[in-house]
Design a protein around this ligand. Structure first.
Ligand code: F6P
Length: 488
């Protein structure tokens, strides 16, 4: 079995808030990596290296000299890096979230952006310094021959930097985002585009959520670096990218939903309470029948396409008057990346369009769009359980776990309207209703089909969706990566 395992990610498994009197309160996070890492057991020698994101985190990191107390982390060894605040902001907001995220999700309005000038050069230098800080910390903490699992677009330079420092280590990189098509990737300045690819290729194995993103990465390596790509015909499907005399294996691991956790959590009392409150808000139509629900749950993230989802709902009500008074769009849009002006404007636009739809169609007894912006996991699960239709229409998404979670916890079956540009479509498209996320008429038509779907068909599809969605739960997903990294 693998000896020491180190995980490196920007956001760690715990965050701190600081009270006025200086007291720090730790809050543990969830997600695929947290439960994935738990697969190797509490006794195993695992270390999670992450960045301090907030003032509370910085205070906690300084207090403990980076190594957080076990009582805050549930026993997990966590080393939080107190990277200088300007460097962190340039790397995280400047490069990771405003450039690499935009490139991989195709978010630029290209007539005016991106503009790579002196401000970007400063931010890129910060990104290099931030990646070097991770590489230094990992090189310092790793035992001889340890395995290091580097996560995501924040840390693309780490694999190559770490290999220079510690050639004895086994290094993996995992991308949780899509990867841009080569023509779009070329928006980046050439040197930056090449550095990012060479950085990831520093890993022994680079892995992605779907074959589509793995192939896009390999295509960028061929295009920008002249790398050789082989392996398309291998029985295990692993691509091989060879550049500058080294070969990096390219793998695919489609993270699935954690059925055991979700089903248990979704049947606690707080979820039942929220279901009752939601049912009250949704209400009954003129005939006294419960209204249908179209549910979405997202971070208010540009790639999630919430505004076009509202346009599609409006189009449904315009084109299909039979649904007026009979359906409610329950939209949960939780705050995200509010340090960035474009996210703040997008958040306002979501509220504005929701208000417009309500003004156009609402009546004294029917609110067509119920929008909630305060993050509440129990309420999200409540909405999953009662949804008739789930709307998951991202412009582009690495996977999209909402699409996988809804079928797992749905009480009576739920029709899934799913963007063909979400990674989840690779596994779920057959039993979902696939849509082009830019096509409002097409999305409205899919919403109509979903609402009109006979209950038996909906339930049967949901059962198959749940099976596909749980094929590779977080622990198996994590172990499969570790295994593959150690298989020659
Ligand atoms: O999708 C990739 C990802 O890293 C997710 O794991 C996470 O939800 C998000 O991007 C990062 O969000 P944040 O900037 O809030 O850490």
């Amino acid at each position: 079995m693998v000896s020491q395992v180190l995980v490196a990610s920007n956001r760690g498994p715990v965050s701190y808030s600081v009270a006025e009197d200086g007291t720090l309160t730790a809050k543990r996070g969830g997600g695929g990596l947290v439960s994935g890492l738990s697969a190797i057991g509490q006794d195993a020698d695992a270390v999670w290296v992450c960045a301090a994101l907030t003032e509370g985190d910085r205070a906690a990191a300084r207090r403990a000299d980076g190594a957080l107390p076990a009582e805050d982390t549930g026993g997990q060894r966590v080393r939080m890096l107190d990277i200088d605040a300007d460097t962190f902001a340039g790397a995280y907001n400047g490069v990771a979230n405003s450039v690499l995220w935009f490139v991989h999700h195709l978010l630029y309005q290209t007539p005016l952006e991106p503009v790579f000038d002196t401000e970007f050069e400063r931010q890129w230098a910060a990104y290099e310094a931030y990646n070097a800080a991770f590489a230094d910390a990992l090189a310092g903490d790793a035992e001889q021959g340890a395995t290091v699992m580097v996560q995501d677009y924040h840390l693309t330079l780490v694999p190559a930097l770490l290999r220079e420092r510690r050639p004895d280590l086994r290094i993996g990189h995992f991308s949780h985002t899509p990867w841009a098509p080569a023509d779009y990737y070329r928006l980046l300045p050439d040197a930056v585009a090449a550095d990012v690819l060479r950085g990831v290729l520093g890993a022994d194995r680079a892995a992605f959520l779907t074959r589509r993103w793995a192939e896009a990465f390999a295509a960028c390596c061929a295009d920008m670096l002249g790398a050789r790509v082989d392996g398309a015909d291998r029985p295990d499907g692993e691509l091989r990218v060879t550049h500058a005399g080294r070969t990096t294996r390219i793998g695919v691991h489609g993270l699935g939903a954690d059925a055991g956790f979700l089903r248990e959590r979704a049947h606690r009392d707080d979820v039942a309470e929220r279901m009752a409150a939601l049912r009250e808000q949704i209400g009954t139509d003129d005939s006294g029948a419960s209204r249908r629900t179209i549910v979405r749950v997202d971070r208010t993230e540009l790639s999630k396409n919430i505004v076009r989802g509202l346009h599609a709902f409006r189009r449904l009500l315009r084109d299909r008057p039979e649904w007026r008074d009979r359906v409610v769009h329950v939209a949960f849009a939780y705050p995200s990346r509010q340090d960035l002006a474009v996210y703040r404007r997008y958040t306002e636009e979501v509220a504005r369009v929701a208000d417009e739809v309500n003004a156009e169609f609402g009546t004294a007894s029917w609110t067509p769009v119920v929008l909630h912006v305060k993050d509440d996991f129990a309420r999200s699960l409540a909405a999953y359980r009662l949804a008739d239709v789930a709307l998951v229409n991202p412009i582009r998404d690495g996977m999209n776990l909402v699409a996988k979670e809804v079928p797992v916890v749905s009480d009576a079956g739920c029709a899934l309207v799913l963007s063909r540009e979400a990674g989840a479509a690779a596994e779920l498209a057959q039993d979902a209703l696939p849509v082009n996320p830019y096509d409002i008429a097409g999305t409205a038509a899919a919403l109509h089909t979903a609402l009109a779907m006979p209950f038996e068909e909906r339930a049967a599809r949901t059962e198959r969706l749940a099976a596909a969605a749980t094929a590779l739960p977080p622990q198996a997903w994590f172990l499969a990566q570790l295994d593959a990294l150690h298989t020659p």
